[in-house]
Design a protein around this ligand. Sequence first.
Ligand code: HEC
Length: 458
Amino acid sequence: MHRTFTSGLCASIGFLLLLAAGCGPKQPQPGTVLDEALQVNRTVDTFTAAGLDPSGHDYLHDMDGGIALSPAEVGGRNTWIIWTGGNDRFWDVISVRSAGALDFLKTLSSYPGVNGSKPLPASRKNRWRYLGLVNEPCFKPADGPDPGRWGLWLDKRDPNCAGGADPFEDEAKYPGVRIGARGTSVQGKQIPVGSFYGWASGIVGLRLFPNPDFNDAAARKWDPVKYYTDPNYYNDATLIKPYRVGMSCGFCHVGPNPLKPPADPENPKWENLSSNVGAQYFWIDRIFDWDNDPTSFVFQLFHASKPGTLDTSLVSTDNINNPRTMNAVYALRPRLERALLAGKETLAGGSRNNKQFNEFVKPDDPALGWLTKFCEPAAFCQSPSTSQAPSPTGVLAARSEGRFRFGGWSWRSQSCLSQHRTLQRGVASALQSPGGRKADHANRNSRSQEELYVLAGY
Ligand code: HEC
């Protein structure tokens, strides 16, 4: 039972509006919009990464083969996987501008369909298989609407889990941004300010935050049953949800460790996860259109992406739908050094605004000094592109300058989609299909949990 053609069309128009956002004459000028932290005078020094503080938390210790990390590296990994940098505001806006196609609160839910209503396509029980998302260790599926969570069916922390409490949720230690309804009482319930890391959600890379817009009027209107079941209710652009969802880098860059895959891919332990293999099983069409509606433009656009790929420049204006594999971020140094052989590229225009390693690392740093030889700041820079092509931006610009880096050259898409899966990941031979067909790792229908079982026995 999909949305009707009309509402699919609305979703399409909504998405086009989303693409157009930022271009209109009424938009504020870049660099003039304050984020919520700055609106309440929270400056950068009031956000200390967990792990850098003396009592540092190496909560993710078992990941990445249990490798020993320095405090700075622990802080870095925590940031990579847990910190969402205030983007819960962005993703909440997108949930409206995509006309409800993207709704991470639904992606996080396990609503099974009650009294004959339609269940959500995915729940914690099949989330990895269906969405390709990594279930967070130490959680159990929702067993009912949670009155402590505004009636939502969200994953529950398993009190018996050896990992203990999530240290990042400590709001005394990592105080969140007190703005709007946060820290006030709504309908007789105290709304926590929360930690700036938010609460663990049950999906690695997604964190939950109290919605500052969820005031008394919003709470009066809130109906969790209709939120799951009634399109007239949940597609209403004025609906304010009790939580916002933030996304960390790890959402797309964490995956099952091929050297230590989980016995049950739906229930990995931290020791089964790797920070840098990439979310190779990610179905972006199902994630960015929770309802999986084939009449929706949003769904069709993302349906062009094979599992484990997406177009990182999709909100820019290059008008190219150019899905790329979720890179395994490794062998950075040899790749950078190859780029040195390829010559220099001069930075110009907005590329000069990108931060480079030289701004963070000193040349005499024994461990990381080598990173500084690839750039003369504001002059040239080599890029560790996975297709070995130098590009006008550096690795730090991978996110901010996506248009040039990811969208500009059609030939790169070919190399990334076909060769990377086979060569860079180095797991091809383990993934031959039982029928003896040539492995097609990007074939959307052939990627499944069996792959991990094959890997496990390999
Ligand atoms: C929505 C998914 C998504 C999120 C979130 C995400 N990335 Fe990525 N990232 C990708 C994809 C896809 C690529 C590959 C792009 C390409 O090759 O064109 C990539 C590539 C990269 C690369 C290049 C890796 C290499 O080996 O060449 C770096 C570095 C990177 N991302 C850093 C980050 C950082 C830092 C964050 C968080 C601020 C982040 N990513 C968040 C999807 C994501």
